[in-house]
Design a protein around this ligand. Sequence first.
Ligand SMILES: Cc1cc2nc3c(=O)[nH]c(=O)nc-3n(C[C@H](O)[C@H](O)[C@H](O)COP(=O)(O)OP(=O)(O)OC[C@H]3O[C@@H](n4cnc5c(N)ncnc54)[C@H](O)[C@@H]3O)c2cc1C
Length: 411
Amino acid sequence: MAQERVVVAGAGLAGVQTAVELRQRGWEGGITLVGAEPHRPYDRPPLSKDVLLGTADSTALDVDFAALGVELLLGRTATGVSVAERLLRTDAGPLPYDHLVLATGSEPVTLPGTASMPGVHVLRTLDDARRLKPVLDARGSVVAVGPGWIGAEAATAARAAGCRVTVVEAGHHPLAGALPGEVTEPMRRWYADAGAELRTGQRVTAVRDGEVELAGGEVLGADAVLVGIGSRPATGWLAGSGIGLAPDGSVRADERLRTDAPGVWAAGDCASFPSARYGRRLLVHHWDNALTGPRAVAEGILGGPDAADAVHDPVPYFWSEQFGHHVQYAGHHGPDDRPLWRGEPGGADGWTVVWLPGDGPGTPPAAVPTAVLTVDRPRDLAQGRRAIERGTVLDPGRVADPSVPLKAAAR
Ligand SMILES: Cc1cc2nc3c(=O)[nH]c(=O)nc-3n(C[C@H](O)[C@H](O)[C@H](O)COP(=O)(O)OP(=O)(O)OC[C@H]3O[C@@H](n4cnc5c(N)ncnc54)[C@H](O)[C@@H]3O)c2cc1C
């Protein structure tokens, strides 16, 4: 093992965590981390929160790469893989590997022709955040297209800075692309309370430098237009490598995060995996998934007695901070699962939605929850997440009573 080398393509959370897990679990061979960005590896969630709010400038990950014996090749882009030769091709020459980990994350979906427009922004990288921040500091006007998580968080920071903020969404509710409207509708008030304008049911027909045109012909002018309409796996560079991709562009990994190429693994935003828990392939673009997937990768590469059990089948989890509220979601609910409310929707004490499987109208039967959404109720989140992980059957009547702790709602 001491002679072998793991090369990791992508120096974001999943790539860095792979290196950390390998060393913690006893990997003695070489580790090379290749990252396209020039910055020391950093964390992304604070970009749309602390960095835009001005409460943090650096979000660098607290990892001592020299002490870990990790070779860090920054500003270097992976351009392809020769599976037969076990070579990662990069813009500065090939790197031989014994094991290769694909961790190139995801990239924002952009609108055609807007890439070089100075007034049109996306928010994925530290450089993106640093480009947007001066507009906020100057109290300029901001139009966010698509109120997904990032749009909502950026709108929060922009309002805190004193900017005029408009958020435009084609769907009829806040966060319409991420969650069912019935559970996000109470969030609409947050925008008004913060002095931001939320315009739902508005289709955007064009984004130009500093302008957004709506379907009705109205044009909204802005110092910054933030396009937050989703992200897709950053896997274009794998074309022609023979490594299997899923139709959504993600690297098609198995339950242990192995790809279909020998010695090649994948983790984080760029990889999808089959979930036995949910009975379907999942592509998860959230921090926790990038943090935990590398454990399975490291165990697999080490190949010890635990390797076969190192299956990545998490209860997906994410959080968001917007307009002074802490929103958390764990699990994965399907269209047939039914939401049960705990607490008054939109109430000052926060509220929780627990999804239970069930068919037909009325209260669903006692069952293991599939997902839980909480607003300012972190205890519900922790207890609901544990119930999902442990397969605890919950009694719907007790779930719906916010005075009963969720952990006491077990049937
Ligand atoms: C602004 C923002 C806020 C977020 N907030 C939250 C949150 O509150 N909660 C939450 O759960 N999740 C949040 N996320 C999502 C979370 O940050 C991601 O899921 C996580 O960063 C994924 O880690 P990753 O390592 O897979 O990918 P990334 O973090 O995208 O890292 C991939 C790295 O690979 C590099 N790369 C890409 N292509 C190549 C190549 N060809 N060669 C070399 N390097 C390459 C990229 O430059 C990047 O540095 C947020 C994301 C963003 C952008």
